[in-house]
Design a protein around this ligand. Structure first.
Ligand SMILES: [Zn+2]
Ligand SMILES: [Zn+2]
Length: 102
């Protein structure tokens, strides 16, 4: 019972929309910021379903933040506001409903 493994978790909502990896070693520290290649949808214990932009080096950490609901290559409109998750890639969503709330 001495195991002290701390699982990775999702930090506060990012205002970064450049399509870069949002991994940070600790809250408030600089993000990885290399071009994102994977978009992972996880069911975060804190936020519920949330899409995470990640580079190849950090995608395993992104997947470990919660139950993985889906994953696709990071491309096109991924990470932008007003997008809707689909298996193949994010689509622009004209309804104005945030992903995960419908
Ligand atoms: Zn990264
Ligand atoms: Zn996406």
């Amino acid at each position: 019972m001495t195991e002290r493994y701390v699982r990775p978790y999702v930090g506060p909502e990012s205002t970064e929309h450049r399509g870069v990896c949002l991994y940070a070693p600790n809250p408030g520290e600089s993000i990885c910021a290399v071009d994102a290649t994977r978009h992972v949808l996880v069911d975060s214990p804190t936020y519920g379903p949330v899409g995470l932009a990640s580079c190849g080096d950090h995608v395993a950490i992104a997947r470990a933040t919660g139950r993985v609901l889906g994953e696709h290559p990071f491309a096109g409109v991924c990470g932008l506001p007003s997008t809707r998750w689909s298996t193949e890639g994010c689509d622009l969503d004209a309804s104005g409903v945030e992903p995960g709330r419908g």
